[in-house]
Design a protein around this ligand. Sequence first.
Ligand code: HEM
Length: 570
Amino acid sequence: MYEMLLRFRHNCRACRRFYDEDVESVCRSETVGFVKKAEHRGSALGSYSCSGGRSPDPSTVDTYVTALVATTCWIVCLAAYRLLFHPLASIPGPRSPALTSLYSTYYDCFHDGGGQYPQKLKSLHEQYGPIIRPTPDEVHFSDLDMLDTIYATRDRNSYSAGGLMVDQSVGFTEDYAHHKLRRDALNPYFSMKAVADLEPELRVKADLLATILRQHQRSQQPLNLSDVLFAYSNDILRSFCFGADNGLLNDLAEARRQREDLAELLRGVPLQSHFKGPMRLLGGILTFIKGEAALPPALRELLAFRARIRLDIEAVLSDKSNDTKGNRGSLFHDLRDSSLPLHEKSVDRLKDEATLLVMAGTDSPRLTLAIASFYMVRVPSIMRTLREELAAARDESQSSKLSLSSLLSLPYLGAIIQEANRLSFGVTGRMRRYSPTHGVAYRASYGPYEGTCYALPPGTKMSTVTFCTHTNEQLFPDPWRFDPTRWLGQSDEVNRRKRCLMAFGKGHRRCIGVNLANASMSLALSTLAMYDMDLFETDESDVKFKYDNQISHPKRGSKGVQVVVRGKDV
Ligand code: HEM
């Protein structure tokens, strides 16, 4: 201990000089003890504030010891509080996550490559029943009857926003009233009517999709559907948001680059969320010293992505003559001119909004479409049934092209989309809700503590991950089987499934893009159904949920869904 202090205290030039000169005599002649400050203070380099010396200063040692004792006491008291006296102390589950959120950090960031907490939560529920404590201040449910209670709660905890840096977007606005202000400004653009008006633009993109399929039918070159579907969704979203797209459907290499960049960015989300402060500090320091090239790839991509979006927003804000608005108008031109308060229309705020819209609106439909098309190609009966449904609808309408409203009314096409949404798991992280004013009473409905009542005080964060709901064996027997027929008919069972499907979330913060997503996905799948395809170097592990990076990611190194287009059906 003494040696350690001596070394530490000599870590200044004044002390070092004295120590270096006289080190032998110090070691030999001094008894281990403390010298008075006055003996050493005022050396040649007297401007140093350090008191220096050959032995530790008692007051400094006192400070360290006090700090150590205080920290230990604090940790012991906090641990005792969390385990014994915390309002959630009686919630079942292992003690480690009740004690420290490092438990969730471990599963989110490190265990088996990170992104493993949903799977762990499911196994904990199997052991401890429907309510557990995933972190010290939070409860997690695996109880279908609790979905409405959780998602009727008004405030949304936006902890995970740290990873995406979209803190000012509607999706990550915590407070109910503030969220409502932002959501109300966006709602009109996402209504059924607004989306129906988009049909011509959506059809142009679907026709481009068909052109790509035809080209690959001729060339017989493998086609990466994940890239094409990313381009399709991104072009739709960008022209919807900014009045013009980036033409990704005409540049599939760029689409691949952006898709992989976004995947890389999302892979960094768990680390960014848990280590928000340090990661931002590290990013700042590295950028300052070595420029952006020195940043970890995920952070670099996030910054590049945000920089691109910022340019789009600045272009809209400076486009006073509406040159870039396009014929139909654009969401951000309209937001710019809306009656939202000025601070809600700043570049930074709108950049966050646009970043979320483009990311969510591109990657989630891309994922659902990739899953749906994989199973359509892999399971011939699914493709056959869909084609029969489409052919019957075409006969009925006596038209070779089905209108958007006809497509949206087709049960089997809708069932494929529902099933793909189920296995996409929507947002895979914990979408936490809480009420600052209202508590919740809960009685465990199964498991070792069945019948036990729990009182959750106001402010308790509650969530349930889609992984638990969408793989619930009672609701979805053989849950990993892709089976659209689960969604057909009007039985109580089917209606219950529909009520419990959490891919778009639930309640007043449910995904705003549901109508747009359903429209664009119906058009894309009806286009894909016209072609005979074989899978190319692709299997189920290329679409199956493996990592929770806010949205589902498959195995590392997956190239996505690749096909060879053999011919055209109709
Ligand atoms: C298959 C496609 C999609 C899926 C599975 C999906 C899923 C989700 C989920 C689970 C949420 C979170 C709800 C919550 O916090 O409880 C959400 C929110 C959101 N989504 Fe989507 N989404 C999809 C498509 C889209 C599209 C096409 C857009 C936009 C153009 C979009 C924009 C948003 C926005 C802005 C929010 C935040 C809503 C709010 O907090 O009020 N999403 N989405």
